[in-house]
Design a protein around this ligand. Structure first.
Ligand code: GLP
Length: 263
């Protein structure tokens, strides 16, 4: 696991967006795993700008979103479909047929969750997965105690997650308590993971995920077993990490080796 201590969320967004744009140059049919929440918004803004200003082509890209609230239709402002449309899909040229979400309405959810996994396999797996981190350590909607090998399925949300996300709902508005989400096993199968976590409220989850024991109580901690994961954390989110000096030294040495053309 690589930990990048970033001076600002904006520098992290630059790094994440640039890695996606570089990958897109070598693989126009890139398969992206996408996250929602406030954390990745700046990355999506940069991808939209790259399309508009530099003509970057997304027409062969496939996307798979991590999660969606159960029974919120796509035109509901709090649905993740709506969020993705607003922050990314309206600003790039990804064909509608290439955009995928886990099933969140109707029946046969178990079967359709299996089909979602199948669709991911059919396009050759997810090349780059963008992730945020819940303040309780969840990834996607894989709440604490989720099976570390879980696949796409329906999950009930914890009281903490419901409270964290209540800021998006107005008083009296009904908030979903169930969602469909890629499993932790699904996320672990992705080839590259770029996780961003910013702000004080993520500090404990970041510490548990990066330096804690691997435990379903902090689903993000399983990423320690992923061969190509980078955590981008700002100073507030990094506050409780004990090995900050080492992470900084690693960045320094990697930069030096890269400048020497040896990496
Ligand atoms: C939601 C999403 C997660 C996201 C998390 C953090 O619960 N299901 O995928 O990582 O929120 O949200 P934020 O980025 O707003 O802190």
């Amino acid at each position: 696991m690589e930990v990048i201590l970033t001076d600002s969320a904006s520098l992290a967004a630059d790094a994440v967006a640039n890695e996606i744009l570089d990958a897109l140059e070598t693989k126009p049919n890139l398969v992206l795993g996408l996250a929602t929440g406030s954390t990745p918004i700046e990355v999506y803004r940069r991808l939209g700008a790259a399309h508009h200003k530099e003509g970057v082509d997304f027409s062969k890209v496939h996307t798979f979103n991590l999660d969606e609230y159960l029974d919120l239709p796509g035109d509901h402002p709090q649905s993740y479909k709506y969020f993705m449309q607003e922050h990314l899909f309206d600003h790039v040229n990804i064909p509608q047929d290439n955009i995928h979400f886990p099933p969140s309405e109707g029946d046969n959810l178990v079967r359709r969750c299996r089909e979602y996994e199948q669709k991911i396999r059919e396009v050759g797996g997810i090349d780059i997965q963008i992730l945020g981190l819940g303040s309780n350590g969840h990834i996607g909607f894989n709440e604490p105690t989720s099976s570390l090998k879980s696949r796409t399925r329906i999950k009930t949300l914890t009281a903490k997650t419901i409270k964290d996300n209540s800021r998006f709902y107005s008083d009296g508005e009904e908030q979903p308590v169930v969602a469909s989400t890629m499993g932790i096993g699904t996320i672990m199968d992705t080839k590259r993971i770029l996780l961003q976590a910013f702000g004080k409220k993520k500090a404990e989850a970041v510490r548990n995920a990066v330096e804690g024991p691997i435990s379903s109580l902090c689903p993000g901690s399983v990423l320690q077993l992923h061969p190509l994961t980078t955590f981008f954390v700002d100073s507030e989110a990094a506050d409780l990490l004990t090995m900050k000096d080492y992470y900084l030294a690693t960045i320094r040495e990697n930069d030096r080796l890269r400048a020497e053309g040896r990496l």
